[in-house]
Design a protein around this ligand. Sequence first.
Ligand SMILES: *Cc1c(COP(=O)(O)O)cnc(C)c1O
Length: 417
Amino acid sequence: MIGQRAPLVTSSWTDRAAALDAADPLRAHRDRFLTGPDDDVVAYLDGNSLGRPLVASAGRIEDFVRTQWAGRLIRGWDEGWLDLPLEVGDRIGRICLGAAAGQTVVGDSTTVLLYKLARAAVELRPGRDEVVVDTDNFPTDRYVLEGIAAERGLTLRWVESDRHSGVEPADLAPALSERTALVVLSHVAYRSGHLAPAAALTRLVHDVGALVLWDLSHSVASVPLELDAWDVDLAVGCTYKYLNGGPGAPAFGYVAHRHLEEFRQPVQGWLGRADPFEMAAGYQPAAGIRRVLSGTPPVLGMLALQDMLDLLEEVGMPAVRAKSVELSAFAAAVAEDWLGPAGVTLATPAEPDRRGAHLTLEHPGFRALTPRLWARGVIPDFRSPQGLRLGLSPLSTSFAEVLAGLAAVRDLLADRT
Ligand SMILES: *Cc1c(COP(=O)(O)O)cnc(C)c1O
């Protein structure tokens, strides 16, 4: 279950963590994240669920309220606010997605944007009546597709996925046919951390003439993405996970250029219309990616994530991924050494190039253990039935922090009886 690193003796883990932190080229950036007033957090291992705030975001949000909102008032809409969904979308596309400008937009929640894109996608494949999704995909993805299938008279074709791994080409191929309209998959599985071979799976989907929609919630800003090069059709993702946009920050959506002209999404709001301020009769979609929008953009919700984009642009995604691979290999090796004897297993693919930035450990005692960890300032999360998920956000997590978290897991497991 260890990654690439040579086995090390137990007593050296503290030294090893210190050496890895000292050698970490990104270490200085950890100081750019804000800690709370009582700083009671020993190890934050849930940056894959809600990223920490950047110091810069506190300033940006206060400044926005004082100068832009209070000062510009309604004039702000014409002075840039209305273009933010496209501007911030283009930056996410360029810095994180491998997407040329004009294909990415910010707005709605991931759930709502997934609905809009998936519903539009099935309309792009008339005459095809199946949508493929895997049984361990994120719940909201499964529920949204169940709704679309009911609404449009389509059949959901389920790929049985292993909760310790994820969808591979051999799992997907038998589910595809000339009846397939759309395939919806998560790039990094929320539970296991499995990193799907996106380019190969996209090719398989295209071989039967269907479209693919990737959910990038757990891969954006942790794993480098090449949506244009992979020929992806559609994608959605969260901005409050590794993009540190804050609780409830809006989602992003990607629609490849080649589909935009035909693309019709179902929530036909005024701000997705051509010439919205004409207030004219009848809906006509705006040109380009703007047609994905529906209503007033969440301007406050797009502030903090811009600071994370600044940081990611400075550092570059390859360096983020390199740190991420080191962090998860270190965590897996310590977990094997310290927790393996207590019966803990790794529920994440062992090879670093087959996983994203989080690791899941399994043990029947983890459900009861999680609140006790939180009480000690060690914050991973629990995923049913017995998974302890360790989110190792590359820019804000240190090796020493990972070690402190795993030491608490070890001590509490030993202390259960
Ligand atoms: C976190 C997550 C979501 C969340 O959707 P919301 O609408 O923001 O609640 C959706 N899909 C995946 C794969 C996720 O990991």
